[in-house]
Design a protein around this ligand. Sequence first.
Ligand SMILES: Cc1cc2nc3c(=O)[nH]c(=O)nc-3n(C[C@H](O)[C@H](O)[C@H](O)COP(=O)(O)OP(=O)(O)OC[C@H]3O[C@@H](n4cnc5c(N)ncnc54)[C@H](O)[C@@H]3O)c2cc1C
Length: 283
Amino acid sequence: MEALDLLVVGAGPAGLSAAITARRRNKTVLVVGKEETSSKLTRAHRIENYPGLPGITGAELAARLRSHAQEAGAVFSLDEVQGITMEEGLYRAFGRKETYTARTVVLAPGASQHASIPGEEEFLGRGVSYCATCDGMIYRGRRVAVIGYLPEALAEALFLKEIGAEIVYLPQYRLPETPPGVRVIRAKPLAVLGEETVKLLRTDQGDLEVEGVFIEREALPADALLPDLALDEGFIRVDRFQRTNLPGVFAAGDCTGKPWQLARAVGEGQVAALSAVDFLAGS
Ligand SMILES: Cc1cc2nc3c(=O)[nH]c(=O)nc-3n(C[C@H](O)[C@H](O)[C@H](O)COP(=O)(O)OP(=O)(O)OC[C@H]3O[C@@H](n4cnc5c(N)ncnc54)[C@H](O)[C@@H]3O)c2cc1C
């Protein structure tokens, strides 16, 4: 398949705005979104500060942004990008379902509202995972903890159970009822501990002996997507053209830092797309 002009990671306001602008400049655009649209935006009950649309609900604005991008000709994939590599001037993004190839990338995955857990980074790939589909089979017959910061995490836990892992589920949100056959512990994770690999999850309710820890939150840490990406205090470092330190990679929205506001996300998405268009013209 021919490489796309632009791959957008995240179907929130920043990503959709980038997609609309890039389509207006006649570029091929694919938006990969973990959710149909941002659950952060749809949770906004009433928005009073988005210029020109006072009182609009988050759900209404999300639907309008998405249909605008679709009508402009952006293509969508419901998938989660797990990592991106660069080879011979092309970026290859590995989703849970597919691999995507593009000449430029706009990162718009939002910001995780949850800080990483001590030990999470140290044991990444040695017991800590963000993807049950990718790593689940390794844990067949073994004990794992699944830490869910959003309701979608329960599906990951059930998948791990289905393939034969012994799971403990730690919801970090209000779980209305305990799903049958799932051991639920309402505890806050404090640290991932181990030696070569994970041995223990420390929580505020005591230690859990586990061999794996799956973590499902709104967005992966930005440098887990692209290891060479420069960050500033956990946010993607950009200049005023939304350029990151990597050629052809731009970032927009909450992932670049505060203030976490819609108008800013949309504006940054537009600038990022225009910078991608300039990059394509010069490459
Ligand atoms: C309850 C609430 C109310 C709010 N009210 C207001 C308000 O009134 N006014 C205002 O200005 N702002 C408000 N905000 C803030 C506003 O919603 C955010 O600033 C805005 O949504 C940021 O847009 P974004 O596109 O950068 O990120 P997000 O909206 O977070 O969208 C990012 C999307 O990318 C997806 N994603 C993450 N990682 C990946 C991946 N690896 N692969 C594929 N997809 C991925 C995420 O699932 C998400 O859908 C509110 C936020 C909340 C939570």
